[in-house]
Design a protein. Structure first.
Ligand code: VGL
Ligand code: ZN
Length: 210
């Protein structure tokens, strides 16, 4: 019998110190994703981790735009961009994966947002919508078919990753109770509406672990 989990991947999005309480861009209750993710990860043979990984002069940082403040939206070359507090700067403790994350069998850590001039909420495609990260190629080369997405934040990097995974032809589920949201101006409801319209399943951890 083939292992029924052979085609499945758990994708753990941006569970990094800066997104946890006390971090530079803390997601409310962000630390609550760690225990469920650790539990879920034991049920997956294949796990991919993503890391937001910005240079210190990144275009998404309010500090890169004199006179602007965090959580404002501005227009940039590739469209609109929310400005954020400085977060997940390459090599800093804030960019490190949460130390309580216990997923030693993860096979790939993919870093995104490394180009100073382009943001990347999605682990598949940068915000210019033209520059791939290579994740789709990796997943296809491994023969995976189904993605189960978890992590931070539901309405930004989780949603964009799920949507681009679906657009790349994978079957995608988002594990709601293994995610937490920022919820900026209704962004959470919009993200779920877009994901549901795209055919992404909204599931709970109990749908995977009985
Ligand atoms: C994220 C805002 C800025 C996320 C990353 O991981 O959801 N949000 N950078
Ligand atoms: Zn970021």
């Amino acid at each position: 019998m083939p292992d029924p989990r052979a085609l499945d991947v758990l994708v753990i999005v941006d569970v990094q110190n800066d997104f946890l309480p006390g971090g530079a861009l803390a997601v409310p209750h962000g630390h609550d994703v760690i225990a469920p993710i650790n539990r879920l990860a034991r049920h997956f043979a294949h796990v991919v981790i993503t890391q937001d990984w910005h240079p210190s002069n990144h275009i998404s940082f309010a500090t890169s735009h004199p006179g602007r403040t965090a959580f404002e939206t501005i227009d940039v070359a590739y469209g609109s961009q929310v400005l954020w507090p400085v977060h997940c700067v390459q090599g800093t403790p804030g960019a490190a994966l949460a130390s309580a994350l216990d997923v030693p069998h993860a096979q790939l850590i993919i870093r995104k947002g490394g180009d100073a001039g382009i943001d990347s909420y999605s682990a598949f495609m940068e915000a210019d919508r033209r520059t791939p990260t290579g994740l789709a190629g990796y997943l296809r080369a491994r023969g995976f078919a189904r993605l189960f997405v978890s992590g931070l934040a539901t309405d930004f990097c989780v949603a964009w990753t799920a949507l681009d995974g679906r657009a790349a032809g994978f079957e995608v589920s988002v594990i709601e109770d293994a995610c937490r949201a920022i919820d900026l101006d209704g962004s959470l409801a919009r993200a779920w509406a877009e994901m549901e319209a795209a055919g992404i399943a909204r599931i709970g951890g109990s749908d995977i672990i009985a």
